[in-house]
Design a protein around this ligand. Structure first.
Ligand code: CMC
Length: 436
């Protein structure tokens, strides 16, 4: 809940004092409300990367980067991973509270009913080039849903919000598994109503006509946990993308497609794949300290992937959970991964290095997740897809909150730094005979 406190900040510009109201969030975070600033002073604010800008108010997720706190709708992430399933958390994010027994049943039913992909869309997969990244396939496919499903205008979607949300959350899982099956040349496996959300996904990924997949309860538990910790993270790059695109009153599927594209970048969700590539390179080289030096060298573009975060200036609470679970999970599966040893070495070296200490750079959520996915048999090019599946409820919740909030079209300003007014110094009419 946002409250307008009695406090104001005063800004003195050109001899004029401008009073800016201070807005206070539920947890006491304070913000200057600058909506009237330009009207009163002619000034805008400049904040590249929006590192110091709250783009909206939101009741969904609370992150405290200084103290390593993450809560969905007020509930600490540590509690949710112990007591809830991913589907409960999806419901919590989208609907604002955990489901009771009958809400849980009807949400699961809705997810099941929406899990089948329009059969004609299956042919799309056949025409994707071999080797296309599954994230790009996924964003293309979800965008195509706009053409395949009726009533996708924002009003119809908002009027049937439960159905729209359930379809988005459920169908992307089917698309992701189909994309994988196509990439390895195997027949797709259809979703089953008798399986839970995560078990269903693993079955669609790994079942085959010649070798039925035995669903491993430990893998299902771990996938639930990983999906829960990724389910939302307030105004991260992809969620902000969903809100920006959605603010133009674009339908849910198209906004999610845009969110998936944002997530695919190596500085965002793509980092989990990049971490594995980095760990392999370090393993092949054998000299961990060389890579620590490279990460610190300003003339070298190399960065420690899976390290650092825009908001967390302490250990990412999600990374804390994954780090703890990683060892236990691998030993339950009797799986030994030498890359885990490399990861531990890199972490230990970085955490005692002055460069990383001074800049508050700790492992983030992507540092250990890849090792767990690898143990589950998920291929590396699907890692970011896993992130996207998990983030779906977050995107849906933010889209829903945004359309309900009477949000303005997002349209930031800029400070123009190009040429001042000048005339055309070339007479283009001279070359009119050229075909251009
Ligand atoms: N390795 C080496 N130096 C780093 C790293 C890193 N991973 N991250 C930040 N720094 C340095 C950076 O060079 C800068 O140094 P200086 O002050 O001397 O110029 C300082 O730390 C601050 O970095 P920044 O780039 O200004 O910080 P940011 O908030 O813009 O960047 C980040 C956040 C996540 C993009 C960055 O830490 C990074 O590139 N990390 C590696 C990629 C990664 O793991 N991304 C996943 C993020 S978590 C999952 C998600 O939410 O998507």
């Amino acid at each position: 809940m946002k409250t307008q406190s009695q406090d104001f900040a005063e800004l003195k510009v050109d001899g004029k004092v401008i009073r800016l109201p201070i807005v206070v969030g539920t947890e006491g975070e304070r913000a200057l409300d600058i909506t009237g600033l330009r009207r009163q002073s002619g000034l805008v604010t400049l904040d590249p990367g929006f590192a110091n800008t709250a783009s909206c108010t939101s009741q969904i997720t609370y992150v405290d980067g200084e103290h390593g706190i993450l809560r969905y709708r007020g509930i600490p992430i540590e509690e949710l991973v112990k007591k809830a399933m991913f589907v409960d958390v999806a419901y919590l994010l989208v609907h604002g509270q955990l489901p009771n027994a009958s809400e849980r049943r009807s949400f699961s039913e809705q997810l099941n009913l929406s899990s089948l992909l329009h059969e004609d869309m299956r042919h799309f997969f056949d025409h994707m080039p071999q080797g296309a990244h599954p994230m790009h396939i996924l964003s293309t496919m979800i965008n195509a849903m706009t053409a395949f499903y009726p009533n996708v205008d924002i009003k119809s979607m908002a009027d049937n919000i439960d159905e729209s949300c359930a379809r988005a959350i459920s169908i992307v899982r089917t698309m992701a598994a189909f994309a994988y099956k196509k990439s390895i040349g195997e027949p797709v496996v259809y979703p089953r109503h008798d399986l839970s959300y995560c078990a269903n996904f693993l079955n669609m990924m790994f079942d085959s006509p010649v070798k039925p997949y035995r669903i491993e309860p430990e893998a299902v538990r771990m996938l639930n946990l990983l999906f829960i910790i990724h389910a939302d993270h307030e105004q991260n790059c992809s969620t902000s993308t969903v809100r920006v695109v959605g603010s133009a009153q674009v339908n849910l599927y198209a906004t999610i497609s845009a969110g998936i594209s944002a997530l695919s970048g190596p500085l965002h969700g793509g980092a989990n794949q990049a971490v594995m590539e980095m760990l392999r390179t370090i393993q092949a080289d054998g000299d961990v300290m060389k890579f620590i030096r490279m990460a610190k060298d300003k003339d070298n573009p190399f960065r420690l992937m899976g390290f650092g975060h825009r908001v967390y200036k302490t250990y990412d609470p999600r990374a804390e959970i994954v780090r703890r679970e990683c060892d236990a999970f691998l030993s339950k599966l009797h799986y030994r991964d030498p890359l885990l040893d490399v990861a531990r070495e890199v972490e230990a070296a970085a955490l005692k290095d002055e460069y990383f200490i001074e800049r508050h750079l700790y492992p983030n959520v992507d540092f250990y997740t890849g090792i767990i996915y690898r143990a589950m048999g998920i291929p590396e090019n699907m890692f970011t897809v896993m992130f996207a599946l998990a983030r779906l409820p977050g995107w849906v919740a933010h889209w829903r909150e945004m359309i309900g909030d009477d949000t303005k079209l997002v349209r930031p300003r800029q400070i123009y730094t190009g040429c001042p007014l000048c005339g055309m110094d070339t007479d283009l009419s001279v070359n009119r005979t050229l075909v251009i």
